[in-house]
Design a protein around this ligand. Structure first.
Ligand SMILES: [Zn+2]
Ligand SMILES: [Zn+2]
Length: 344
């Protein structure tokens, strides 16, 4: 179901309904806007469903066009909400739900194929929690303004809050971990944890029907934003690793992305996205040769066209520079004020 969104470069988000005998699980129910909710209702009706039939909502990651509509759906259906147990709304990369400090270690263990130490750890990793919104103010680690959503969207959210229809932050009733098996649509779907675009991103794989729900991790025609503001020291490395993880999955013949059309060759698309970032890293190296030691902002202004300049572009540039630094190809020192200076 294509739901309307208005974000830079994007006009829709794909919401999927996985239908079973009891109703449906919605994957990524769109923005918390009235127009999105109306579109969702209309689409559901075409399948003979109403919002009340949506007994489960699963969100692939913590971006508003994916989880924003969850509260509205769940208020009507009284359903459950599934998301990764590190689900966080903190834009600053530091605000995490309280429960996650312990859970982070629990899920690292589980992703490494080890089970969390005790029954208590396991229970804690799956305890329901309500994520809190992060702050958009303050400075970034590299000495720039924090990335903010576009002005129009911030104004719309403010308006919705005033109207009492704020984006409510739903309780994650069923936190999940990579490797979990979920019963959806009367089938078994494996949860694949794919940090990179966000730390809490998950994909779903149904090996029997060879379907892979990709969220924003692997998109057919665009590459997802990789933010430098992350709890991961090297979010680009995390993204590369997650692309390798997805590419290695066997028994995938249909990939269902959150934006754009379904496609078939998951491994090839993962490779293409990695190539794109390798090209960007080469560009950063060339820019460094021309500019010499420079700030993130200076790199950003060479790496991006002027219409894209700003916090989001800086954040992505920072992710690439930090990747080069942590791979041993760049040095970083403190410059004037609070600005980082990179030398390659
Ligand atoms: Zn996203
Ligand atoms: Zn998205």
């Amino acid at each position: 179901m294509e739901l309307p969104i208005s974000m830079p470069g994007l006009g829709h988000v794909n919401c999927y309904a996985l239908m079973d005998r009891d109703g449906a699980t919605l994957v990524d129910p769109g923005l918390p806007t009235a127009s999105s909710f109306a579109a969702l209702k209309k689409r559901l009706a075409q399948s003979g469903l109403s919002v009340k039939d949506c007994h489960t909502v699963l969100v692939t990651h913590s971006h508003p066009d994916h989880f924003g509509g969850a509260s509205r759906v769940l208020e009507e259906s009284n359903g459950k909400l599934i998301a990764h147990n590190s689900f966080s709304l903190g834009m600053g990369g530091v605000e995490k739900p309280e429960v996650s400090v312990n859970d982070l270690h629990a899920h690292e263990d589980s992703e490494a194929g080890r089970s969390p130490g005790s029954e208590a750890d396991r229970a804690r990793a799956r305890a329901p929690f309500t994520p809190a919104p992060g702050s958009y103010s303050g400075r970034t680690p590299w000495g720039g303004e924090k990335p903010r959503p576009p002005f129009k969207m911030r104004m719309r959210w403010r308006l919705m809050r005033t109207l009492g229809k704020a984006m409510r932050f739903p309780t994650i009733t069923h936190p999940t971990l990579g490797g979990d098996v979920l019963q959806l649509a009367g089938r078994e779907f494996f949860v694949v944890h794919t940090p990179g675009h966000t730390e809490d991103h998950i994909c779903l794989h149904d090996p029997a029907e060879e379907i892979f729900l990709a969220g924003d991790h692997v998109l057919p025609s665009i590459t997802p934003h990789i933010s430098g503001l992350s709890l991961e020291a090297d979010p680009l490395k995390a993204f590369f690793d997650s692309l390798d993880r997805a590419a290695a999955i066997e028994h995938v013949s249909q990939v269902l992305p959150a934006h754009g059309h379904p496609f078939s060759d998951l491994a090839a698309r993962c490779e293409a996205i990695k190539d794109h970032h390798d090209d960007r890293l080469d560009e950063v190296r060339l820019i460094a040769k021309e500019l010499g030691p420079s700030t993130v902002e200076a790199f950003m202004k060479r790496l991006f066209k002027e219409r894209s300049w700003g916090g989001m572009a800086e954040s992505e540039t920072y992710a690439h520079l930090e990747h080069l630094r942590l791979m041993g190809s760049a040095d970083r020192h403190d410059g004037e004020g609070d600005q980082y200076i990179y030398t390659l």
